[in-house]
Ligand binder design. Structure first.
Ligand code: DGY
Length: 320
């Protein structure tokens, strides 16, 4: 096979980097690291394959990459890529669906539990030496089992969250999706619902939506106001679907009880963001898929995709 030029723009596990180096000429340069940015742009004009994540690949970047054939993203979400510009240049885009489904659903469910049972707040209560007598109702949480869960988006991850909720916690599930999904194992416990009906009925609303032109800013003041008083909002997909100022207002007014957020409009969360310290917000640093096992599986799939595409084969996972 002809050796090609590969540019790795986010760190890869050593075993996957070695697979690439055995077949191709590889440059590693992460443009988000200031000291590596020049090296990234210096390597782009030769690059035939890119592999990485968390960096926007748009027209301005592609203009430096006239030889590019394939971009292999180490992520399932593809909102960082200008799909139209890639298509127009005939560049194949690959991603990593499937391998992160269960881990991301675990993270979302962890936020459901943490917000409802106030786990972070109460762990700090112990750690900071404030547990000096039995806690009283000012520190009680709220049950998760039996509550109604609303799921925005019902792809692989939304369905995996629904299984945890319906089968593990006896929760009725409503989901908002363009079409109904038949999940016989849930025995009718998950039902398709219009958005407004879901927001008005769910005790906990979780987002698993991809970020697109249709979903950007979807959760705004009007949608938060449509949620049940005292409801909880959890976002495990993309920060851009939420108007963060409107979410903060809904928390501050007391309309919403709490929010669990793994994703933000700007990541890492800026130092002055009120979401960092808001007492009703449990914020995580975008760890949806961040376990040793799953991040490795994502790197393997992304490496397979890149090697297949550069070798003229159809990659296991392409974005059409
Ligand atoms: C993805 O794969 O899109 C995740 O957000 C990365 O953790």
């Amino acid at each position: 096979m002809t050796r090609k030029n590969v540019l790795v723009f986010r760190e890869l596990p050593a075993d996957q980097l070695a697979r690439l180096q055995a077949a191709h000429d590889v440059t590693v340069a992460n443009p988000r690291v200031p000291a590596q940015r020049d090296a990234f742009f210096a390597a782009l004009p030769q690059a035939q394959g890119l592999i990485g994540s968390s960096f926007r690949i748009d027209e301005a970047v592609l203009a430096h990459a006239p030889r590019l054939e394939v971009v292999s993203s180490i992520s399932v979400g593809v909102d960082n890529y200008d799909l139209a510009a890639l298509k127009q240049r005939g560049i194949v885009l690959c991603n990593t669906p499937g391998v992160l489904t269960e881990t991301t659903a675990d993270t979302i469910f962890a936020l459901v539990m943490a917000t409802s049972r106030r786990l972070v707040e109460l762990a700090l209560h112990v750690r900071e030496g404030r547990w000096t007598r039995n806690i009283d109702e000012t520190l009680f949480g709220w049950d998760v089992h039996g509550k109604t869960l609303g799921i925005l988006g019902f792809g692989r991850i939304g369905q995996a969250v629904a299984r945890r909720a319906a089968l593990g916690f006896g929760m009725p599930v409503l989901y908002h999706n363009p079409f109904a999904v038949d999940l016989p194992e849930l025995g009718g416990r998950a039902r398709l619902a219009p958005l407004e009906a879901l927001l008005g009925a769910a005790d906990i609303v979780v987002s698993t939506l991809p970020l697109t032109d249709e979903t950007r800013g979807l959760m705004d003041a009007r949608r938060f106001a449509a949620m049940k008083p005292g409801a909880i909002f959890v976002n495990g997909s993309r920060g851009g679907i939420v108007n963060e100022a409107d979410l903060l207002a809904a928390l501050d007014s007391g309309h919403l009880r709490a929010a669990g957020l793994d994703v933000f409009a700007v990541e890492p969360l800026p130092p002055d963001s009120p979401l960092r310290t808001h007492p009703q917000v449990t914020a995580l640093p975008h760890i949806g898929s961040a376990t040793h096992e799953t991040r490795h599986a994502m790197a393997v799939l992304a490496t397979n995709n890149l090697l297949q595409a550069l070798g003229g084969e159809r990659p296991a996972a392409t974005v059409e």
